[in-house]
Design a protein around this ligand. Structure first.
Ligand code: PNW
Length: 488
């Protein structure tokens, strides 16, 4: 292999994607405009009794992207220099009853976003689901806890593909099933639907999410659409604290199975990781379901932010077989997990690019023979208290340091011939950061609002935005790759 590996057109795969990402609930606002019905996030935050979202913020207005996209998309293209805009579709905007007729105005909004992107010479990665389930389906049958969700998701996917299927170069069925299933049904859920659950609920949600993913991919392939389809999975990389210890190695391998493998293994093997099955699972896939799952991704998106060292727990030995309780305790026991890297404003997120980015790509490639791996989200949040001077917020050198580390890790991956095909920083622009409200910002562009989301909404590119514009990636317009049908 060449010793001179630069992240440029010569050494990157020819279709390498460089973009930036957002999600519907986090930026659009307009929560009840033009026929949109409430999602579980609207409902959850409107009906909260505990006040654990910073400053009681909601996504009711967020960035008002629903109205401001004509000013934001040129910024993404021109200030950040991205070739791809990665966005998510709100189910309740496009199909307000959860199934049945489409809402023309909602659909038109996404057509406008795509057409405007294409006019600016950006392609689109389009995601069907980033956590904003129709509240009506939650009310009707409990949403992800009922098998009915699989058919409804299939119907929603079919309708979206029919309307927009050939307009996106990449489709993502859903964002991070593990995050929305574990956070939405935890013992103290701070994510919608906010249903207190045990491992059984979390597993059931994951099981149905995986089946829904497979059903959507099935629809896409049956329809013969032109783009690629995949999923975005979250996860950290778990490494043995003491690499020489067999017990720590086993603990780390197990943590990878239970976290990353939980949703990744079914995509490649058709079933959960053997160690997870051996520990006892509440639901199993049928032979037909396994067949649908296996090979259900053209590409895999890694939303990888952070990593941890793992050491064998004294309290619950991996071999004890009393999963779920044992394993969950085992994973969550603070004495067994040690965050790797520089702390950030998010208590779960530490800067360790070699472990997280290089390690994540390598793990997927080696363990699951994954090809077409995309770093579909990574980034760091910075605290944005209202009294901080704007100049300080815009000079976000810490975030540049984060992305420099990511670049080095990606160079290493490419040098090792690992199949990295894209890189999508999170996020294009500041937005509603779930339980942190607007107080922790991940954007390459600043938005002037306070922790509750109130303010002028003025957009200001950060220094990291300029850094993004200078990254030596090929942009779609210079190469025309897949641009023909995107623009055509
Ligand atoms: C991503 N973790 O999820 C989400 O896709 C975005 O919506 C979100 O804004 C972004 O992270 C920043 O938080 C994750 O706890 C959230 O490891 C949490 C974790 C991982 C991914």
């Amino acid at each position: 292999a060449s010793q001179q590996l630069y992240l440029d057109g010569e050494t990157l795969p020819p279709d390498f994607v460089y973009g930036c990402a957002t999600s519907a609930y986090q930026i659009e606002g307009a929560w009840n405009v033009d026929g949109k019905s409430p999602s579980i996030w609207d409902h959850f935050l409107h009906n909260k009794t505990t006040n654990d979202v910073t400053y009681g913020a909601t996504g009711d207005v967020a960035n008002d992207f629903y109205h401001k996209y004509p000013e934001d998309l040129p910024l993404f293209r021109n200030a950040l220099g991205v070739g791809t805009y990665d966005f998510t579709i709100s189910w309740t905007r496009i199909m307000p009853a959860g199934r049945g007729p489409l809402n023309d105005k909602g659909l038109q909004f996404y057509k406008n976003v795509i057409d405007t992107s294409n006019k600016l010479r950006m392609s689109n990665i389009c995601t069907l689901y980033h956590w904003d389930l129709p509240q009506s389906l939650q009310d009707e049958y409990g949403g992800w806890l009922d098998r009915k969700i699989v058919d409804d998701f299939r119907g929603y996917a079919r309708a979206v593909f029919k309307a927009l299927g050939n307009k996106c170069s990449h489709w993502v069925t859903m964002n991070e099933p593990r995050t929305f299933c574990t956070e939405g049904f935890s013992s103290e859920p701070d994510f919608a639907p906010g249903v207190i659950g045990t491992y059984k609920e979390r597993f059931t949600c994951m099981h149905h999410a995986l089946l829904a993913h497979a059903a959507a991919v099935d629809e896409f392939r049956l329809g013969g659409y032109k783009g690629k389809i995949g999923i975005k999975v979250d996860g950290g990389v778990s490494l043995p604290l003491n690499p020489a210890s067999a017990a720590d190695q086993a603990a780390a391998a197990r943590a990878m199975d239970f976290e990353v493998g939980w949703d990744v293994a079914p995509l490649y093997t058709g079933d959960y990781p053997p160690s997870l099955i051996a520990s006892g699972v509440p639901m199993k896939f049928t032979a037909a379901e396994k067949q649908l799952l296996k090979g259900s991704v053209d590409f895999i998106g890694l939303d990888f932010y952070t990593s941890q060292w793992v050491t064998a727990s004294k309290h619950c030995k991996p071999s004890s077989g009393s999963y779920p309780e044992c394993t969950e305790t085992y994973q969550q026991n603070p004495s067994t997990l040690i965050d790797i890297g520089r702390p950030t404003a998010s208590d779960w997120n530490f800067d360790a690019p070699h472990s997280t980015i290089y390690g994540g790509i390598k793990y997927l490639a080696e363990h699951y023979n994954a090809t077409n791996i995309m770093i579909s989200e990574t980034g760091m949040g910075v605290l944005n208290e209202t009294n901080f001077p704007l100049e300080q917020i815009l000079e976000d050198v810490d975030r540049i340091a984060w992305y420099r580390g990511v670049l080095t890790a990606m160079k290493q991956a490419l040098a090792d011939q690992l199949p990295l095909v894209g890189f999508i920083p999170w996020s294009c622009i500041d937005n509603f950061e779930w339980t942190d409200g607007y107080n922790v910002r991940f954007g390459l562009i600043n938005v002037e609002y306070d922790g509750a989301g109130k303010g002028s909404q003025k957009r200001n590119p950060k220094l990291s935005g300029a850094f993004s514009a200078f990254l030596p990636f090929p942009r779609l317009d210079q190469r025309g790759v897949s641009g023909a049908y995107l623009r055509g």
